[in-house]
Ligand binder design. Structure first.
Ligand code: HEM
Length: 465
């Protein structure tokens, strides 16, 4: 193994009892995620706390993953997202009404953004994935909300221990004791979906949702349209990765698992992104003003609403969200397991790196996003980096908030819709600003949390416009 450069990989770490090699050279990252996808098709294996969890899209492996991903993917096409738009809009409406109630007494309040935004994203994902309304504002003690928030405030020490314990300890009683509260939260959500599914069967109730039993198989034309922003290598890798799946139905366990994973993978990441974005707008009022000007023009005068196509086309909105995801990627790294011996080759100098079968590799997203060679002045919030005229300055495979390749985040577009719609609607009616309790810059709890940023607090002021 070549070890002469920090550009190619920085340090190794231990994760779930096994060593992990960190690869940070963009060319090698592309090789792992795209060109040699078949050799790195699986995520790093984690000990499962429930049989249902082993069939979630995120943890499934090999042919099972391929089947699950191919069946679920049609639920995330543009056409399907457009169909879900009214549901997300409904959640935005409830969110704004609650914010108006909070602000109404004094005209302004201080808010902890992490709590505020997670109420909204829990409500969205519960509506769309679980086909249920949670009413987080009028019923904050609803078990759905309290359990979801308990998942948010996990004990970082516990998570850290779970991830660094050696393999033999993972089978021990200590391990089982440590994961028992995590497992009970998981079981809670799985039981809710089970109950909803049985109620739905009885009432034949249908709703636009992410987790249906049957999905139409993707046509290749649709797949091409979906990813026109990506190059030939990416399209070919995805085509190869999902080819040959005939079946188009989930069994009951698989539906439970996908509902759970969409909730688990979706609500916290989306709430985090929305929180940091609002924080940056509060501490950069000139950017907030520019964004308000852009979005104001986009609202139709007749309906005071914004349609899906217009929302997707706003350049500054897109740049602000992209810069937020660069500066504060909700997942600061993600990994893959080598399913074969692989030789990674760096084009620039021809140096070769052997990765042995069974070895885990990790992509350090946060480090890439803060490398001054790729993003000058990396700790500054500069949405301009992502405006069309500057797009070519961004080197491929240095911007990875949603991962890349056939196993990238399936919820990317949905998350962007949820974030952008909330932002334009809130900013139309409210102004965010820094208060004495606003930490500038954000203070992070360090050394724990492992793959997520953990801000000590994100407090800002909010008032009606
Ligand atoms: C801002 C919000 C979000 C961010 C930053 C984010 C980020 C990520 C990242 C980095 C990965 C790993 C990608 C890779 O390995 O290449 C991932 C995977 C995944 N995400 Fe997201 N995500 C977000 C929202 C969502 C939402 C809303 C959903 C579902 C509705 C979702 C569902 C998933 C699933 C199921 C996977 C596993 C995909 C697979 O293994 O095939 N995510 N996400």
């Amino acid at each position: 193994m070549h070890t002469n450069t920090t550009v190619t990989y920085n340090r190794g770490v231990y994760d779930f009892g096994k060593p992990v090699l960190r690869v940070s050279d963009p060319v090698l990252i592309k090789q792992i995620l795209v060109k040699d996808f078949h050799k790195f098709r699986n995520r790093i294996a984690k000990p499962s706390t429930s049989p249902v969890l082993s069939v979630t899209m995120a943890s499934a492996r090999d042919g099972q993953w391929k089947r699950i991903r191919a069946i679920a993917s049609p639920a995330f096409t543009s056409a399907k997202l457009k169909h879900m738009y009214p549901l997300v809009n409904e959640c935005c409406r409830d969110f704004l009404a609650a914010l108006h109630r909070h602000v109404s007494t004094s005209g302004r309040i201080e808010v902890e953004l992490k709590h505020l935004m997670s109420d909204y994203t829990i409500d969205v994902i519960a509506s769309v994935a679980f086909a249920t309304k949670t009413n987080p504002y009028s019923d904050p003690n609803n078990p759905f909300i309290t359990k979801a928030k308990a998942m948010l405030s996990k004990n970082p020490m516990q998570i850290l221990l779970i991830r660094i314990l050696p393999t033999f300890a993972i089978k021990s009683r200590l391990w089982k004791a440590m994961v028992s509260d995590l497992s009970s939260n998981v079981m809670f959500f799985i039981e809710i979906v089970r109950r909803l599914m049985s109620e739905r069967k009885k009432s034949d109730y249908r709703r636009r949702r992410l987790c249906g039993r049957r999905c139409d198989v993707w046509t290749s034309r649709e797949r091409r349209r979906r990813r026109t922003d990506e190059g030939v290598d990416e399209l070919m890798a995805e085509k190869r990765a999902l080819s040959g799946v005939e079946e188009n139905k989930f069994n009951e366990n698989e539906i439970l698992a996908q509902c759970y994973v969409f909730f688990n993978a979706g609500f916290e990441t989306t709430a985090t992104a929305l929180s940091y974005c609002t924080y940056e707008l509060a501490v950069n009022p000139h950017i907030q003003d520019q964004l308000v000007a852009e979005t104001r023009e986009a609202f139709s005068e007749n309906t005071t609403d914004i349609d899906y196509e217009t929302l997707c086309r706003l350049p500054l909105l897109d740049a602000v969200v992209s810069e937020t995801l660069r500066k504060y990627p909700p997942l600061i790294n993600f990994g893959r397991e080598a399913m074969d011996d692989v030789v990674l080759t760096r084009d620039s100098d021809g140096s070769m790196f052997k990765i042995e079968k069974g070895m885990n590799v990790s992509i350090p997203v946060y480090a890439l996003h803060h490398d001054p060679d790729y993003y000058p002045d990396p700790f500054a919030f500069k949405p301009d980096r992502f405006l069309a005229q500057n797009g070519r300055n961004i080197k491929p495979y240095t911007y990875l908030p949603f991962g890349a390749g056939p196993r990238n985040c399936i919820g990317t577009r949905f998350a962007l819709l949820v974030i952008k719609l909330a932002l334009v609607k809130i900013l139309k009616q409210f102004r965010f600003y820094a208060v004495p309790d606003t930490d500038i810059p954000v203070i992070f709890n360090v050394g724990v949390g492992v793959n997520q940023l953990n801000a000590k607090r994100l407090v800002v002021g909010v008032e009606k416009r």
